[in-house]
Write a new protein. Sequence first.
Length: 147
Amino acid sequence: MNKRMIALLILAVAGICLGAAQLPQHNLGRPATAEEIRKRDISVAPDGTGLPAGHGSVEEGRQVYKILCGSCHGDRGQGFGDYPPLVGGPLTPDETYAVTAFILYMNGIVDQKAELNEKSLSKVKMPNRDGFVLDPRTDVPTKEGKK
Ligand code: HEC
C-alpha cells in the first residue's frame, strides 16, 4: 500500500466516523412496553413459571388432535411414513393443554381423567424427572442466588 492509498484510507475512515456521529435522528420506533414484551415472551421455567392461564382435558385433546395432528401422526400417534413439515398455526393455550394431556395419556403418563393447566402441568411426573443431575459448579448462579 503506498502513502496515497493510506492517506485515502484514513480519510475514508475519518469520514465514516464523522458521518455516523452526525446521522440525523428520525425519531422512529420506541422502546417496547412491558405488555408488548409479555405478549411475545413464551419462556417457561422448569417450575412452570410463565405458563399461560388455561386448561385442557384428555377428551378435549382427543378432538383437537383428531383435527390438527392425526392426519400426519396417526389417530393414536403412530405416524405415517415421512411427511414433510408444513407451516403450522399457533394452538390456543386450551388446545395446547388438551392435546398435551391426550399425548401424555397415550404414553401412560397421565390417566384418562387428567386435566392440564398452568398449575397441574409442572406436577406431571415425566419418566426421567429423577434422572437429572444438579450442576456441581459453584460459580454458576442458581435460582436462589449464588451457591
Ligand atoms: C402435515 C403433517 C403434520 C401435522 C398435521 C402435524 N405434524 Fe407433527 N410432525 C410432522 C413431521 C413431518 C414431523 C417431523 C419433523 C422433523 O423431524 O423435522 C413432526 C414432528 C412432530 C413432533 C416432534 C417429534 C419428535 O420425536 O421429535 C411433535 C411433538 C409433533 N410433531 C407434534 C404434533 C402435534 C401435537 C400436532 C398437532 C397439533 C402435529 N404434530 C401436527 C408432521 C405433522
